[in-house]
Design a protein around this ligand. Sequence first.
Ligand code: SF4
Ligand code: SF4
Length: 268
Amino acid sequence: MTTTKTKIAVHKLTSCSGCQLAFINQGPGLLSLLEHIEICHFIEVGIDNPECPVDVAFIEGSISTPHDLERIKSVRALSKLVVTVGACATSGGVQALRNLACLYDEPHQLKARVYAAPEHIATLAHSQPVATAINVDFELWGCPVSTEQLLRFLSQLLVGAKPKLEKEKLCMECKRQQNVCVMVTKQALCLGPVIRTGCGAMCPSYGKACYGCYGPSEQPNTRSLANRMQGLGAVDSDIAQRFAQFHGDTPQFRAEIEHWIVHKEEKQ
Ligand code: SF4
Ligand code: SF4
């Protein structure tokens, strides 16, 4: 008896490749899935066929260059389902911090601070999530996306179930793990109350504040959390920086950054 395998592709746009590694880190889990899937394109494992039509295309990286924009349209046309993996693809990620440059002094010098010859760098005016250019079917957040989350997502797809995506607040998972709250006991600037779960509350489990790798949760009350941070002694720039780290260009976090940076003088 022959069974049809699900064809998948893993595409990279502007990114650090960390989310592709999360794929590879599935190790034996990924190997066992090979009975059911056929990998048609995945440059990190040496399979190079970006024009192959597939059932599911996983996208790592943001749209930061004209080439990214061209490629993502072609990927959409070749794929039945498109799934973004990681912060870059879902929210623009770390490289979308440049979208916030207008909030700071001398934004035009940003490229020159990073590159010795900035005239050779061809980028779009902004770094954008994939969903701004094409229709996206599912989003897996995280920087990087979690290996367990990927494996669970793929397994649900393969049995024909609608994948259940994480969006509740990290504090819920943290409490289920019976962690001691670092915000209460150490006055740490934890982002858990406004961040979606998916990492298993990894940082609070080791006594550290959440850095916000997984992006805004459903209905995040960012202003309330920011006010609490101020009450703990954080200065305005610390609060803005906290929200800027991984998902600074999402509407919810950008509003908070603008509030604590741009309106700072008005508040004084
Ligand atoms: S989301 Fe993070 S780990 Fe994944 S590609 Fe972007 S920067 Fe790298
Ligand atoms: S440690 Fe952070 S994630 Fe955990 S309950 Fe406290 S605020 Fe929430």
